[in-house]
Design a protein around this ligand. Structure first.
Ligand code: VGL
Ligand code: ZN
Length: 207
């Protein structure tokens, strides 16, 4: 890997693992791959979905709202989710088996009560930055590899926004798992092709 490469480890948190509030099927299977992958990068940043109680993305916050329904918000369509990754809860903690002690920063996202943030770069209003793009630019990062959960939501939106911010983006597919609801996985693949997000397997990585 080059010194201008960075691995972004997206939302490897208890609530996205089997038994969690928003379990991604087979999500726990990626953890050993993520650990091995991260060991090859000098530059690693973790993201952490981090919602206040009653967050706008929770079905429970809307009268008659059901998980996996879509609601129209001022900033666009919002999928409603079970309550998940509530600040300070066990579900919001990183998976116990995640072993990335050399991670350099944790980007928390989704902490504004009325706006979701799948992306590590831009909130769902598509204008509020998290600050990650500036951090990466200041540090001379040019290429962002991504792994984690869920492929078709937080990984996909982060990869697309990495491209939008001028970085190369490479999704390590075998170190991700999708939620796959309402055509989300197909849509992610189409956007990757349209926006120049590369798709790779961990075994493809040289050096
Ligand atoms: C995520 C749905 C809601 C994700 C986060 O990490 O992909 N998905 N919040
Ligand atoms: Zn969330």
């Amino acid at each position: 890997m080059r010194s201008s490469d960075l691995l972004l480890v997206v939302d490897v948190q208890n609530d996205f693992l089997p038994g969690g509030a928003l379990a991604v099927p087979d999500g726990d299977a990626i953890v050993p791959l993520v650990n091995r992958l991260a060991a090859r990068f000098a530059n690693v940043i973790l993201t952490q979905d981090w919602h206040p109680p009653g967050h706008v993305s929770f079905a429970s916050a809307h009268a008659g709202g059901k998980p996996f329904d879509t609601l129209r918000m001022p900033y666009g369509p919002q999928v409603l989710w079970p309550d998940h990754c509530v600040q300070g809860t066990r579900g919001a903690e990183f998976a116990a088996a995640l072993a990335v002690p050399h991670a350099q920063a944790v980007i928390r996202k989704g902490y504004h009560p009325h706006t979701d943030s799948y992306s590590a770069f831009l909130e769902a209003d598509r204008v509020t930055p998290t600050g990650l793009a500036g951090m990466l630019r200041e540090r001379g990062i040019e290429r962002v590899f991504l792994c984690g959960l869920a492929l078709d939501f937080c990984v996909a939106w982060s990869a697309l926004d990495a491209r939008g911010a001028g970085f190369e983006a490479v999704v390590m597919e075998d170190a991700c798992r999708p939620i796959d609801t309402g055509g989300s996985l197909q849509a992610a693949h189409a956007s990757f092709a349209a926006q120049g997000v590369q798709r790779a397997q961990t075994a493809d990585l040289a050096g």
